[in-house]
Design a binder for this molecule. Structure first.
Ligand code: NAP
Length: 395
């Protein structure tokens, strides 16, 4: 601690502290007292630096989101990483039966942390085994919620901690997995949640106690100096750290070393402009284009059927239903055939819907799985039911 504000009573210059703050890759940082806590003398700075994100995440994911109880079976996907190595040990300290998933080279490490069973993901797929778990803690995000569900008890839970790593799509990041989970969780008995760790001093004290009593140890894979930041980040981004990667900020700060690979790393990352364009283009294509098409179809309809009431919402709903059909196909994860079949079913229903066939109207409304569409369509149907289908001339 270099200096404190005038109202700060808890800290004084010279205190050894640690904490959690965005922008902390720096020699000096300004933080509120809530972001920091005193470092116990028994912990090194490297050990302390490992706790506020990874260990807090593991603790809060298991205890608060997962509600882990003694005797329950928990599977930790990504058991050998920063969060995973803490999660294995904390779950054991809570009295759970722990299964860790990692690659072959880390099996011994995960076992040494107390895991009762270890699955080498290069040899075996945990979602295809007969074993069922009460809780899956997913630090990797490489398996869809539907796949994870197969490995859960009917009342089990999935807590998603990870994603956005090397296993994600370059363009969509963890977004698709999140959307799948949000859509799926309504229809299954298992609980599915994502969590974000929160800085919490009480929890840090609990972790310090677990370390002091030997129930949890901090696994540090590599330590880099401040000037080696780019190398440290590159190593982390490879997604195969074994425990924590720590950067030390010594008293003498060395300037960042020029990196020949920095340009290559930048080139392999999608540019922010492209990502922004993608974020603008997707809503335009999915939301606005169908509106335009619906208006065009409606004008064409009115030209062909003079004196008949328009059907703009109907056309719009038909197009959106077709898109929804494709999305349902994707969610069901039955491959291209699944997407085509779902798309076709919805397209056929949408066609009859656009012909104002009441049965298709009702079927498609139900299959929209969308309470807002149910309400709008119910009102629409109630108002326009007497019009009859296009095959029956309106009176
Ligand atoms: N929600 C939150 O608040 C929060 C907080 C912290 C971190 N996170 C996120 O949680 C994730 C994990 O963080 P971390 O710090 O633990 O990452 P990490 O230290 O980089 O760990 C990655 C680990 O994942 C393992 N792994 C890679 N591919 C795997 C696969 N297909 N199956 C199983 N394991 C695999 C690797 O093991 P092998 O080398 O054996 O492959 C490695 O040990 C990241 O996405 C991070 O962004 C979220």
């Amino acid at each position: 601690m270099e200096a404190v504000g005038k109202n700060i009573k808890e800290f004084k210059p010279g205190d050894e502290v640690y904490g959690n703050k965005f922008g902390a890759f720096a020699e000096y940082i300004v933080a509120t007292d809530k972001a920091l806590t005193l470092k116990p003398a028994s912990l090194s700075f490297e050990q302390a630096a490992s706790l506020p994100v990874a260990a807090l995440t593991a603790l809060q994911a298991l205890r608060d989101s997962g509600k882990l109880q003694p005797g329950q079976k928990v599977l930790i996907n990504g058991a050998s990483g920063g969060v995973g190595t803490f999660a294995v040990q904390i779950a054991k300290a809570f009295g759970a039966e722990v299964t860790g998933v990692c690659s072959g080279r880390n099996v011994e490490l995960v076992r040494s942390l107390g895991a009762d069973h270890v699955i080498d993901y290069t040899k075996e797929d945990f979602t295809k085994r007969a074993e069922r778990y009460d809780l899956i803690l997913d630090n990797v995000g490489n398996r869809s919620p539907l796949e994870c569900r197969r490995a859960l008890n009917p009342n089990g839970k999935i807590v998603v901690v990870g994603g956005g790593g090397v296993n994600d799509s370059r363009w969509t990041g963890p977004l698709v997995g999140v959307m799948k989970m949000l859509a799926l969780k309504r229809f299954v008995t298992q609980e599915m949640t994502m969590m974000l760790a929160e800085m919490n001093r009480k929890d840090l004290t609990l972790l310090e106690d677990l370390i002091q009593t030997g129930k949890v140890k901090v696994v540090i894979d590599r330590t880099y100096t401040f000037s080696q930041f780019p190398e440290a980040m590159r190593y982390l981004e490879e997604g195969h750290a074994r425990g924590k990667v720590v950067v030390t900020v010594g008293d003498t700060i060395e300037p960042l070393a020029p990196s020949a690979n920095r340009n290559a790393a930048v080139a392999s990352t999608p540019s922010p402009v492209l990502i922004a364009l993608e974020l603008i283009a997707i809503p335009i294509v999915i939301l606005i284009l169908p509106i335009i098409v619906a208006f065009v179809l409606n004008r064409r309809f009115k030209r062909r059927h003079p004196g008949t009431r328009g059907f703009r919402w109907g056309y719009y709903f038909s197009i959106m239903s077709f898109i929804a059909g494709l999305v349902v196909g994707l969610f069901l994860e039955a491959g291209a055939t699944g997407v085509i079949i779902c798309g076709l079913v919805y397209a056929i229903l949408a066609w009859f819907f656009a012909q104002r066939q009441h049965w298709a109207w009702i079927a498609l409304t139900i299959l929209s799985f969308n309470p807002i569409a149910w309400i709008i369509n119910a009102i629409y149907l109630w108002k326009r039911w007497p019009e009859g289908s296009l095959a029956t001339p309106a009176t």
